[in-house]
Design a protein around this ligand. Structure first.
Ligand code: GLY
Length: 415
């Protein structure tokens, strides 16, 4: 498990270690600017860059309210605690603490985690798994502080208020004034379920697990196309549970494959397999992985365009956040796979991380022109249809990049 203290079997760890060894042997054949670096050098260099960038970020923002999310017109954009990305900055600080053991990161992480506290009572959105998991979840995993556990449990109690048993899902967004939807559920919502499966175990509250499983089952039935790709949003009738429409908000078109949506789905079903051992979740994760890895429009560096179906490919913007999420997912999925599949997933994820850690994507770590607003990764895309956050740094790209590096190194607890 990534964000919360976890269970894990010896067999899964053995397969993951075997895959890591095999992938390491194949590393010389991996494409990328840093093909000669060992995995350990790659991880070390990336965390050195992270320490320089995030150290500079803290100097810049720590005395101000808000959480760094992206860069606009050369300035870091700080968002409030109600923003779905608020937890990623504290989450990255926890990963820096995990990688270095340096108490200064722990102090900064604890400070920023505490700032996300109001999210635990926020009933207005579904993103509490992101908002609390990255900060409080990692904080609890790394420190065992019971106050962190209590905040997570409060967040889970808040999140389940959005569950509708007729639909079998947690509602993603509240209805906007001009919205034609009745009960929108986006594929991203799978990412919030880990908060519930963890809370079910921790508080011995089986209902939370039932809600998570029901949501994952409903999404499995209704969000996916035969090729394993996912729609972004399914709208339901809250009285009958019938599907009203399948559309996109952040993708190129209703029928297109928005890259980050595929990444959330891959991560979500890999995580839900770990949590439940339900075979249909594992099968779906493999299917999504195959769709992504073998897509004819996936660039050679394995960092996808923001949407696989943008007609302007190869001139469309990339999304480094989707690549980071996929790399992290595949490294976990490898642990649930046979040796051949595990090797393929490891090799692919490592290639993605070598691309992301190359100068094409990773900030130089200096104060010069490539400072990247003190974020790590360049070339992420947040919401292209809205004309927002196109080809920019994003806090969640950094967070999943660091998580994937820890997984690659094989040090992250509970993997
Ligand atoms: N969950 C929102 C996004 O991926 O942009």
């Amino acid at each position: 498990m990534t964000r919360y203290p976890s269970v894990g079997t010896a067999a899964v760890r053995l397969i993951a270690a075997l895959a890591l060894a095999l992938a390491g042997a194949a590393a010389g054949a991996t494409a990328g600017a840093n093909a000669q670096e060992t995995v350990s050098q790659l991880v070390q260099r990336s965390f050195d860059t992270a320490a320089a960038q995030y150290g500079g970020m803290l100097d810049k923002v720590q005395r101000k309210p808000g959480f760094p999310r992206t860069v606009e017109k050369g300035e870091v954009v700080l968002v409030g605690v109600g923003d779905w990305t608020a937890g990623f900055f504290p989450g990255s600080l926890w990963y820096l603490y995990e990688a270095t053991g340096d108490a200064k990161w722990r102090l900064a992480a604890a400070d920023y985690t505490a700032r996300t506290a109001p999210a635990k009572f926020d009933k207005s959105q579904h993103d509490l798994g992101f908002m609390l998991g990255a900060g409080y979840g990692n904080g609890y995993r790394l420190t065992g502080d019971p106050a962190y556990r209590d905040a997570l449990l409060a967040g889970a109690t808040t999140l389940v208020t959005r569950f509708n048993p007729k639909v079998g899902s947690i509602q993603s967004w509240d209805l906007w004034k001009n919205s034609t939807w009745a009960f929108p559920v986006i594929v991203d919502n799978l990412m919030n379920l880990e908060l519930l499966t963890w809370a079910a175990r921790t508080a011995v509250e089986p209902r939370y697990r039932e809600i998570a499983v029901t949501h994952a089952d409903t999404t499995l039935r209704n969000h996916f196309r035969p090729d394993g790709s996912s729609f972004h949003l399914v709208d339901y009738d809250p009285q009958t549970g019938k599907i009203r429409s399948r559309v996109t908000v952040q993708g190129n078109a209703d029928a297109s494959s928005w890259a980050r949506g595929q990444a959330w789905a891959l991560y979500g079903y890999t995580m839900m397999y770990r949590e439940t051992k339900q075979e249909d979740y594992l099968a779906q994760a493999h299917k999504i992985a195959a769709f992504f890895m073998h897509h004819p429009r996936l660039p050679a560096d394995k960092v996808p365009y923001w949407d696989f179906d943008d007609a302007s490919i190869p001139n469309a913007p990339r999304d480094s956040s989707a690549a980071a999420i996929v790399a992290s997912s595949l490294l976990e999925l490898a642990g649930f796979s046979n040796a051949e599949q595990a090797r393929a997933y490891h090799t692919f994820a490592e290639a993605q991380l070598r691309s992301l850690a190359s100068p094409a994507y990773l900030a130089s770590g200096g104060e010069g022109g490539d400072n990247n607003g003190n974020f790590l990764l360049k070339h992420a895309t947040g919401h292209k249809p809205a004309g927002k956050e196109i080809d920019v740094p994003l806090n969640y790209a950094d967070y999943y990049f660091l998580e994937a590096l820890l997984r690659l190194k094989g040090t992250q607890a509970g993997r």
